[in-house]
Write a protein that binds this ligand. Sequence first.
Ligand code: PBG
Length: 325
Amino acid sequence: MSFPTHRPRRLRRSEAIRNLVRETRPSTAGLVYPMFVCPGKGVRVDVSSMPGVAQQSVDKLLEEVREVADLGIPAVILFGLPEHKDAKGSEGYIASGVVQRGVEAIRKARPELLVITDVCLCEYTDHGHCGVIKDEQVLNDPTLELLAEMALSHARAGAHIVAPSDMMDGRVAAIRKKLDAANFTDVAILSYAAKYCSGFYGPFREAAQSAPQFGDRRSYQMDPANAREALKEVALDLEEGADMIMVKPALPYLDVVHRVREAFDVPVAAYNVSGEYAMVKAAAQNGWIDEKRVALEIFTSIQRAGASIVLTYHAKDLARWLKAC
Ligand code: PBG
């Protein structure tokens, strides 16, 4: 097995042969596009740290949704900016909430598009934490009922998939039970099972106005140093009834994506988060990297690591570039 008999360069000589032997074929079929819904009409507010991404009222959102669907992107995930925030995130689980209205409108406008909703309290609470608070502690069990209510209200609005991102223990079981009791047995759960306490969420917190008002999320999101623990989190969520699981962020955690893919036979998603997107945009705007090349490389790498589903703010660009390939 050595030179000169073996020459790996033989299989790299032309695009035709490289294409023939390619192991990972990035496809639009695995893309999910994140979107931010806000109250009002005719509203589109750019998120400064995420060029190309905006908070939009439902009418404006629909214009972009049509573009997304026309590009062949199969799914969107919605995040909501409520009118008012309070201690319990009440606007997160009312029928007239922004996400609920967004889901209904999208289902009507583009029935072929899959609608996923983010289930978490942090966008709706005045303290910005993902659960209810007592003495500056995030309480686990009292939060579960609220998350389940939120998931149910999203299902009632027409969500195909609910995606809990709060990292409370037991939330998948609580949501499954609530959905089943209301006959939403076909609504799937994509759990953010291995969600790390990451500095890469910075720009998202501007987009969703969800930064914690005190402390941080270390008492519920995972320690970036831990990979074996991710397997435990995934196993627990699957036992509780998750249909698909997610690793988040993506790039600094590709080892985790890979381990999860090897250990479990379920669809694995990875979230290429706001900070990862912002870094690429900033470097590209400075002329330091080629955005198209880097974004395609990142997408391919996440799929190569084992994620078949990729949530990314680059989804529209990727779909365009892949079409042209
Ligand atoms: C809500 C949530 C967050 C993200 C997705 N859902 C933020 C957080 O946990 O602080 C981050 C997504 C991104 O950075 O693009 N809990």
